[in-house]
Ligand binder design. Sequence first.
Ligand code: SF4
Length: 458
Amino acid sequence: MKRVFIHTFGCQMNVNDTMRMSEALSSMAYSPTPTADNADLIILNTCSIREKAEDKMLSALGRYRQVKLQRGALIGVGGCVAQQEKNRILERVPYVDFVFGPDAIQKLPEIIQRVEADRVRVVETAWVDSESYVFPTANPNTSRGKATEFITVMKGCDNVCSFCVVPHTRGREVSRPFTEVLKEAASLTTVGVREVTLVGQNVNSYLGGISFAQLLLRTAQVPGIERVRFTTSHPHDLSDELIEAFRIEPKIMSHFHLPVQAGSNDVLKRMRRDYTVVEYLERLAKLRVARPDIAVTTDIIVGFPGESDEDFEKTFQLTEQVRYAGQFSFVYSPRPKTGAAMREAEWGSVPHDVKIARLERLNALQKRISIELNAAFVGQTVEVLVEGSSKTDASRRFGRTGQNTTVNFDGDAPIGALAKVQIGHASASALGGKQVSVESMPAIMVPEAEVAPEVCVA
Ligand code: SF4
């Protein structure tokens, strides 16, 4: 048995791709190892959404060079950076054996055989036409012992947001046929999964034979599925039908990640986001009528080219007004081939220290709001789907509420159980409490020792 270590950078799509890589490699008798030091094969599944993610990949490659020298491990680079920067990777890192794009995951065994047999460097970054693209089917055994799992429902993006590399690295949108999605959800329940998150770059423009709202409703009806989530969405695809699905189906969890990116219409226009702040707020208001307890999270880019102090104040005020449960905010970094990178000189770069000062102010505001929102749960009893031991204290349990808030608690509820937890304290990022009851366990229980090791995500 040979060992493979896969270092995953970036988003949930990449985490899912890593699982599919691992499954493809099991046909070559590779088993996953949680550390690179004893690996025979090292794969970096990369992200190019921000410059920092790319820098992290290069520094990780530097660390793995030693393993190559000592053990002769093969090293491959996959994912979005591989798709976009194959030549630069091969030039800068002579010990990389192969480079492959997101559409070549199923070809991994073939790629590795070619590297081993011919001792050549292999590049496989061709797009697969949307009509011919076949989504990898998950092996449910990879998910054994987990309460919650991700299902890829589409890939790529047809939008042209001026800051984003996704259309260049993942190509045009392709939706997975809904029958495949439902089949995968059903197969996951056979190993104990009770919650699924439908993932894609822009899930609510899904076109796999039924609408995205219908897909959520149908997934919620799969026997054994108790909770349904999804990520990520574009505000202009937040349809009335999707809002209605939140009103009628309680198994769709009360959390919506709705990236706004900026609170200024001028900035949104340069970002090519296709909505105004007022339109965004109108959609959100409708959603909150349909599901009053919904937690809304967002993405914000700070220091986009041309962002003035006044523009930033509008983003700041929007955060205060919406009272997001959380946000992923980052300073803008230009990405290759994007519209914003090409027009940055024309629109005007924001100095780095100004970007950082704005980001710190925004983060401080968000932290205050998150603390206030979470503090409102103290004294309440919430329902949590148990995912395992707490990451901060292994003697405690860990799960998430319907609003996707992390809860660490004292108790003994097994993985996959829905437990009632009385909340005793709150921070900006989590709630803490004690178990008051746990449902009788209908799911397939797996001893925690058998739970697969976690994917290493940068
Ligand atoms: S919708 Fe999302 S994935 Fe598509 S281009 Fe815009 S930011 Fe990128």
